[in-house]
Design a binder for this molecule. Structure first.
Ligand SMILES: Cc1cc2nc3c(=O)[nH]c(=O)nc-3n(C[C@H](O)[C@H](O)[C@H](O)COP(=O)(O)OP(=O)(O)OC[C@H]3O[C@@H](n4cnc5c(N)ncnc54)[C@H](O)[C@@H]3O)c2cc1C
Length: 381
């Protein structure tokens, strides 16, 4: 499907969920269930599943356009974006049985796989130091440990979990000895898994997850034991590109609101947008968004051609998150005091887009990646 037509379809759906819908959800810290359901029924969340499993068989370019339009409309695609990229790991590294078992049901909208347990309180960005252990005991593993910031876990049927299967001290490389598992939350919660929601500055439905000797069947392991980190990396580029697109959507939303307000608001007998002190920052933010957008499409093109795209995907996420944050600040400044009034929605989107300086990967860690892996500078960690 051409991007223009796809955009039109997504916009049409998003019109059913105006600013007031998102504001209400934000105030109640409630999951936008109706929106996610509508996205599921429209087939938007299964576009990346191959057609043979009932999905759309589309590329990351199309997927990214869908999420961009959600944020461009004033909504927040974070409520469902992980449904798109987590199952990429299953598509690329799952066994034929696992794919047959889960993908058609995910494509039909009967199963949600939108929780991803990587981050832990003590390890932070240093993923190889995670402590959650999966100990093999015959035909199953026993999982013990803790995750933090596992978003949407309360609204997901399945969770992709990264755990250590070989202790750090016993592996040659620290990226080895990690494995990925599919956890069936429908059975696990209350029987080895405890979820503790974390109240946050945005409506993100994120939580701590505790594992207390949870039995996980061996057939729920994705790919080979000990190779989980490698599988994880292959999914991260998709995640980076999709988040970059959401940031582009946010950026355009801020610029559109700032421009509109700058034309309407009259102070000192003229629209504030007539002052270059107001219009230049908006123009500058707009230019930065367009540049980030080019990097996002370059990364998407490489990804869809199956070519390496680590630098491009990381740079797209970095540039788009920065451009969105710049636009957010410009929209705040342009709206003056009204930026703080909830009814203008600027403060909500301002809070929401701030996340992308930190998650799913922080700006510093992207800069370290570019410095060390692209430019060959000495490793800092
Ligand atoms: C709302 C929200 C939702 C999230 N959802 C998920 C999820 O669904 N699943 C999941 O697994 N995780 C999730 N995360 C976790 C997120 O990926 C991490 O917060 C992020 O990767 C940063 O890790 P940290 O918070 O432990 O920060 P830390 O690693 O403690 O870092 C703190 C600061 O120090 C900087 N820093 C650390 N080391 C270095 C270094 N070597 N050089 C330079 N700077 C450094 C970082 O850039 C950061 O600014 C979520 C987080 C939030 C806030």
């Amino acid at each position: 499907m051409a991007y223009t037509e796809l955009r039109r379809w997504v916009r049409k759906l998003c019109q059913r969920f105006p600013d007031s819908y998102w504001q209400e959800k934000d105030e109640q810290q409630a999951y936008p269930e109706e929106f996610v359901q509508a996205m599921t029924e429209a087939g938007f969340l299964s576009v990346l599943i191959p057609e043979e499993y009932g999905g759309g068989g589309a590329g990351i370019g199309e997927a990214s356009v869908i999420l961009e339009e959600v944020n461009r409309s004033g909504g927040n695609a974070a409520a469902c974006h992980a449904q798109m990229y987590i199952m990429g790991t299953l598509v690329r590294h799952g066994s034929p049985e696992q794919k047959e078992r889960y993908l058609p049901a995910i494509a039909r909208g009967e199963l949600r796989l939108q929780a991803f347990g990587v981050t832990e309180p003590t390890a932070g960005s240093d993923t190889t130091r995670i402590r959650t252990r999966a100990l093999r005991q015959g035909d199953h593993y026993l999982v013990r440990g803790q995750k933090i910031w596992t978003s949407r876990v309360q609204h997901s049927d399945l969770m992709l979990l990264l755990a250590r299967t070989t202790p750090l001290e016993e592996v040659r490389k620290r990226t080895e000895g990690l494995s990925l598992f599919l956890i069936d939350l429908r059975e696990a919660v209350g029987h080895g898994v405890t979820i503790k929601p974390i109240p946050t500055m945005i409506n993100h439905q994120t939580a701590e997850v505790f594992f207390d000797d949870l039995p996980v069947p061996v057939e729920n392991r994705i790919g080979q034991e000990g190779q989980g980190f490698r599988y994880l990396l292959s999914g991260l580029n998709a995640e980076r590109i999709l988040i970059a697109a959401e940031c582009v959507g946010d950026g355009d939303w801020f610029v559109e609101r700032a421009t509109r307000y700058a034309k309407e608001r009259v102070v000192f007998d003229r629209p504030i947008g007539q002052n270059q002190g107001i219009q230049f920052p908006i123009a500058q933010a707009y230019a930065h968004i367009r540049a980030a957008d080019l990097m996002r499409f370059q990364a998407a093109e490489l990804f869809d051609q199956g070519k390496p795209c680590g630098p491009e995907a990381n740079m797209a996420k970095l540039l788009a998150a920065d451009a969105a944050w710049e636009a957010a600040n410009v929209a705040m400044q342009t709206h003056g005091g009204f930026a703080f009034a909830r009814e203008y929605h600027i403060e909500r989107k301002f809070r929401e887009t701030r996340l992308y300086q930190i998650a799913p990967v922080s700006t510093n860690l992207i800069l370290a990646y570019i410095a060390q892996h692209v430019l060959g500078l000495p490793r800092s960690y």
